[in-house]
Design a protein around this ligand. Structure first.
Ligand SMILES: [Fe+2]
Ligand SMILES: [Fe+2]
Length: 262
């Protein structure tokens, strides 16, 4: 099974960039299933029902979330109806939606799980992601299982990936919006990358207006951030997973800048 996993889609620029590159990537890599992190897809924070629909219609099969999963108004009704959406699993039980889900996409069966880290990202007081994944695996019947671990700290992501090496097909880090160059197959067969990166404004500070972020960083004075303007770039990975045993054969990094020659 060839899976394209796209890093955090950031605002309209990210949605448009993905729409532009997606048919090309699907063709070039013979993709069976597309998963994308959509936690920043609406104006850089959260995901609206309309943008969920837009991303599905452009050819994304499954959307994962992150710490911005509850940033929009009245999220529960949307989470109950969005069948292609996976929000973080290790959050308060009163939240609607699903944190780990079985999918059947064109005959390809897989499970997708979304987890939140706890180091430097604890404003939502997520519960222990290791124990959450242990529990999910107790009743899991899917051979192919992709985990989007939405976390800030590199060591937390690496530790979780090693803890579940061989028990899931891939642990893919998201949230920092900066792609890391450490993609690999771990010793027991799980694919891993510390962070897939983001898809959105290229000339930005992780998606936001550069001058506003400089002002906040220099002065410490909190400020509203606009979405940066300008051309978009795309960060992703392509996974090749053996559907018979769930192990990863290959993980390849994709980083398409605005001047990409295609
Ligand atoms: Fe993000
Ligand atoms: Fe995030």
């Amino acid at each position: 099974m060839k899976i394209l996993f796209v890093g955090d889609i950031y605002a309209q620029c990210g949605r448009q960039t993905l729409a532009r590159f997606l048919p090309y990537l699907k063709r070039q890599h013979d993709i069976d299933v597309v998963i994308a992190n959509g936690e920043n897809a609406s104006h850089g924070k959260g995901l609206s029902a309309a943008h969920y629909q837009e991303i599905i219609e452009m050819g994304v099969d499954i959307i994962t979330m992150g710490n911005h999963f509850f940033s929009k108004k009245n999220p529960n009704a949307f989470y109950l109806s969005a069948e292609r959406l996976v929000r973080p699993a290790n959050i308060h039980h009163s939240a609607a939606g699903v944190g780990s889900r079985h999918f059947d996409i064109n005959g390809h069966k897989l499970r997708v799980t979304n987890l939140l880290g706890r180091v430097y990202i604890n404003e939502l007081t997520p519960s222990n992601p290791f124990e959450a994944l242990d529990k999910i695996l107790e009743s899991n019947e899917d051979t192919v299982h992709i985990v989007d671990f939405h976390a800030e700290a590199t060591a937390e992501k690496m530790a979780l990936a090693h803890a579940f090496d061989g028990k899931v097909s891939a642990v893919l880090g998201t949230h920092t919006h900066v792609q890391t160059a450490d993609e690999r197959i771990l010793p027991k067969g799980s694919a891993y990358i510390t962070d897939v990166g983001m898809t959105g404004p290229y000339h930005s500070v992780i998606g936001a207006n550069i001058e506003q972020v400089i002002h906040k960083t220099r002065t410490g004075l909190a400020l509203y951030f606009d979405v940066a303007k300008g051309p978009g770039f795309l960060s992703a990975v392509v996974l090749d997973i053996n559907e018979n045993n769930g192990k990863a054969r290959k993980i390849e990094r994709i980083y398409l800048t605005p001047d990409h020659n295609w």
